[in-house]
Design a protein around this ligand. Structure first.
Ligand SMILES: C[S@@+](CC[C@H](N)C(=O)[O-])C[C@H]1O[C@@H](n2cnc3c(N)ncnc32)[C@H](O)[C@@H]1O
Length: 529
């Protein structure tokens, strides 16, 4: 069963509230009752007591709202399988955090989630039983404490006082004593000292990197393998893992012919160096940008912008060039690339079908497309695997932005590295192949299919494309690296996999967080003969 929605459907504002730090002003904070300086210390609390780690004195009794927000986010992630980037803005709003507190809570929650592997290894040395036997709430409070102690500029006494105060307020007096004792042991060393101790005697580079850069071993192994398979030096793994741990820059795109970045520039965004109509910022409240609320300017990773533009700019041999072309976004939800593609299609006089099987995500696609002239697009709610059979040789350009593990977007989803498993890679394989095959049936001779993943994993990238090329004799690979260069402002991204040891992979391209400051998007451009 499928259903189609015309371009007039689903108009509503979107984009508002997507900021990580979109806190509301808190009158109490503005009145100077509770302010935080850059080091995360609260100021104007009355007499400053000179506490030390060894003599912490009387503990704070109430939970600091910013730490409470971070704690609630960790609890929602570990106990309710929540997504941190969805929970955090809501909690920031609920607790009325001001901008500075929102920034502190964001750093604390995201930092503690990303570095959980390292922190759990540290905690294992400081707790006299396996940490898996700890009450999950206690473990989350400890993780928050460790992050303040070893990675934030929070003085040790404040980190201890505040974390113990939080634990006392939300967990109870008993656990707060345990937390106090454990965090004191953590505070005895800084992070480099802890890492030296944790990796002493290890020779396995994967294990060392896993502890040092807080990634599961299977992901370290997969990313090393991906670097090599895409023709890069395995020594880049350190820079890649570090890039996964850095707070990502917010990327905006102005929909071509529709949006303007002037307002974003006025608000402090800077022009993106890699792609036209893009802007960058290290944070801020996006909700105050009217263009973002209207949907004419959208939050979108530069890598996503580049692959969409590379597909739109590829020369076709399917007849009409540009005018009245039919485009398909086979896996469109929630609509980021569909919106950019639709705006590019509108400029060229083309039309796009945006397909998504999940009804609520299909609604998001319609919302994302609402800013684009409605005669340019249609939303279809259905399985992409049926499109090749139902609409053979019907489209000039097709994007298959396949469901994948997202291993290339770990910096944006702090908890996902702990949720994903190697078995996910295996499970997604058949779906990725069926979707690509359906797209290859649905594309016209001379038309182009872009196979894209936000994962560089070999099994989700090269292996899928290789299988398609092996099964069919009506395909040719186009130079995806050159297409990305042509879509970029620099013309010299160096994303082509020219040095890949795999023959068929030399025409594909791979963007990398540590090289391009984008998500690790893979792109293969396949023309049907
Ligand atoms: C990587 S996301 C796409 C992101 C999207 N292109 C964007 O830029 O916002 C993959 C999407 O594929 C959808 N999907 C899953 N199974 C599918 C299927 N059988 N056919 C089509 N899409 C599917 C998922 O629901 C998800 O929305």
């Amino acid at each position: 069963m499928t259903s189609e929605q015309g371009g007039s459907a689903g108009r509503s504002n979107q984009g508002a509230g997507r900021s990580n730090q979109g806190g509301q002003g808190n009158p109490a904070n503005q009145g100077g009752v509770r302010r935080r300086d850059d080091a995360g210390r609260e100021r104007n609390r009355g007499t400053t007591r000179n506490r030390t780690v060894s003599a912490p004195g009387e503990r704070t009794r109430a939970a600091d709202p910013a730490r409470l927000v971070a704690f609630e986010v960790l609890r929602a992630v570990s106990s309710d399988d929540a997504y941190a980037n969805l929970v955090l803005p809501a909690r920031i709003r609920n607790h009325h955090l001001d901008r500075r507190d929102a920034g502190f809570a964001t750093e604390l929650a995201y930092g503690a989630l990303r570095a959980q592997g390292t922190y759990d290894a540290i905690l294992s040395r400081c707790v006299d039983r396996p940490i898996t036997e700890l009450d999950p709430a206690i473990l989350d409070a400890l993780r928050i404490g460790v992050h303040q102690l070893v990675a934030m500029r929070v003085p040790a006494h404040a980190a201890l006082d505040q974390t113990v105060g939080l634990a006392r307020a939300v967990i109870g007096a008993g656990p707060s004593a345990l937390i106090n004792a454990v965090l004191r042991k953590v505070a005895a060393r800084d992070l480099p000292e802890w890492l030296t101790e944790l990796t002493a005697g290890l020779t396995d580079e994967v294990k060392i990197a896993s502890i040092t850069y807080s990634h599961p071993e299977w992901i370290v192994r997969s990313l090393r393998q991906a670097l090599v398979a895409h023709g890069r030096d395995v020594a880049e793994i350190t820079a890649l893992l570090e890039a996964d741990n850095a707070a990502p820059v917010v990327n905006l795109v102005a929909l071509p012919g529709i949006g303007s970045l002037e307002e974003a520039f006025d608000a402090g965004f800077t022009p993106g160096p890699l792609v036209i109509d893009s802007a960058l910022s290290s944070g801020g409240d996006l909700g105050r940008l009217s263009t973002v609320r209207e949907g004419t300017v959208r939050v979108q990773d530069v890598g996503s912008q580049l692959v969409a533009r590379a597909l739109a700019g590829t020369e076709l041999k399917s007849g009409r060039d540009g005018v009245e072309e039919r485009w398909l976004d086979m896996c469109a939800g929630p609509g980021g690339k569909a919106a950019l593609l639709a705006a590019l299609a509108a400029e060229k006089g083309a039309w796009i079908l945006a397909n998504e099987p999940t009804p609520h995500r299909a609604k998001l696609v319609a919302q994302a497309l609402a800013a684009v002239p409605e005669d340019t697009w249609t939303v279809r709610t259905g399985d992409g695997r049926d499109i090749g059979r139902d609409h053979p040789a019907s489209f000039d350009r097709i994007l298959v932005d396949a469901p994948c593990t997202g291993l290339g977007a770990l910096r944006r989803r702090p908890e996902s590295r702990w949720r994903r498993q190697l078995s996910d890679v295996v499970e997604l394989g058949p779906l990725q192949r069926e979707l690509l095959n359906s797209a290859l049936d649905a594309v016209k001779p001379g038309g182009v299919v872009a196979y894209v993943t936000c994962s560089p994993h070999v099994a989700e990238t090269i292996a899928v494309v290789d299988d398609a090329l092996r099964r069919r004799d009506d395909l040719e690979l186009l130079d995806a690296g050159a297409a990305l260069d042509a879509a970029s402002l620099t013309g010299d991204l160096g994303a082509g996999n020219k040095n890949s040891p795999v023959d068929t992979n030399r025409m594909t391209a791979q963007l990398w967080p540590h090289l391009h400051q984008t998500d690790a998007m893979f792109l293969a451009l396949i023309r049907k003969l």
